[in-house]
Write a protein that binds this ligand. Structure first.
Ligand SMILES: [Zn+2]
Ligand SMILES: [Zn+2]
Length: 254
């Protein structure tokens, strides 16, 4: 376990993870990390009061505490709660196309290797549907940056489309550039996500050339594992370790 960059994206049993905050606090000795549970999450993190308790409980055991804010779904946090978090990861898990919700769960299970097939393949081959998803993604990210003041874009380029493979074909270069521009101009770190293996190398190289900052996210829901994939992605895209966040939100002028 050589990579010592701060791991921002870790779940606990306060949302859909299996490990308690107390156990998470112990593994900080293995490598530096925070916790960032899903918000909102069913009966466990349903509202801002629950987020405040989560912040208190995680802080008490010495953890840095973030949140995985469900872009396009989560209600806005008050300024006080936002600022009490060490960082906010904004991530997309489903997308609303005019009332038609496209959920990414099946694609996610497939991408993570938990299922062998992805039944949505035929549907997502439709270029019109693909471009609607891509356009809506940019709108949702823009709202996350401007309204919700997210600090990190979690698993960028993960979507149901990722399950089709060939990210350079699925995500047009022009679209990637627009997403990267939004992150760079908004001062938002681009997450290198271990679980989904995103973003792909060309995206990271483009982002690096544009001066983006980055963030490590194992996105584990279980015991801490080595960041082998992340390390390989960082090496392949030649990302400088100095450009990675270390457990706190970036200082922004706005
Ligand atoms: Zn996520
Ligand atoms: Zn996550």
């Amino acid at each position: 376990m050589t990579l010592r960059l701060f791991d921002h994206h870790i779940h606990s049993d306060r949302s859909d993870g299996t490990v308690s905050l107390a156990e998470r606090a112990k593994s900080v000795a293995v490598r530096p990390h925070g916790v960032s549970d899903h918000y909102p999450w069913r009966d466990k993190l349903p509202n801002e009061e629950a987020v405040k308790r989560y912040i208190d409980d995680a802080t008490k055991v010495g953890l840095r505490v973030g949140i995985e804010y469900d872009l396009g779904v989560a209600p806005p946090l008050t300024r006080a709660t936002h600022d009490a978090l060490h960082y906010v990861i904004g991530a997309i898990h489903q997308i609303d196309l005019g009332g038609d919700w496209i959920r990414y769960d099946d694609a996610g299970a497939y991408v993570k290797g938990r299922t062998k097939t992805f039944s949505g393949v035929e549907r997502f081959r439709d270029p019109a549907l693909r471009s609607r998803i891509l356009e809506r993604t940019l709108e949702v990210v823009a709202e996350g940056i401007e309204r919700d003041r997210i600090d990190i874009l979690g698993h960028p380029t993960f979507s149901a489309l990722q399950a089709l493979g060939e990210p350079e074909r699925i995500y047009p270069e022009e679209w990637q550039d627009r997403l990267i521009t939004m992150c760079v101009q908004g001062g938002i770190a681009i997450e290198v996500n271990e679980s989904y293996g995103v973003p792909h190398r060309e995206f990271l190289v483009r982002a690096s050339r544009r001066g983006a900052t980055f963030s490590v996210g194992s996105d584990t829901h279980f015991d801490l594992k080595p960041l082998d994939r992340t390390e390989a992605m960082i090496t392949a895209a030649e990302l400088a370790h100095a450009r990675f966040l270390s457990g706190a939100r970036p200082v922004r002028s706005a």
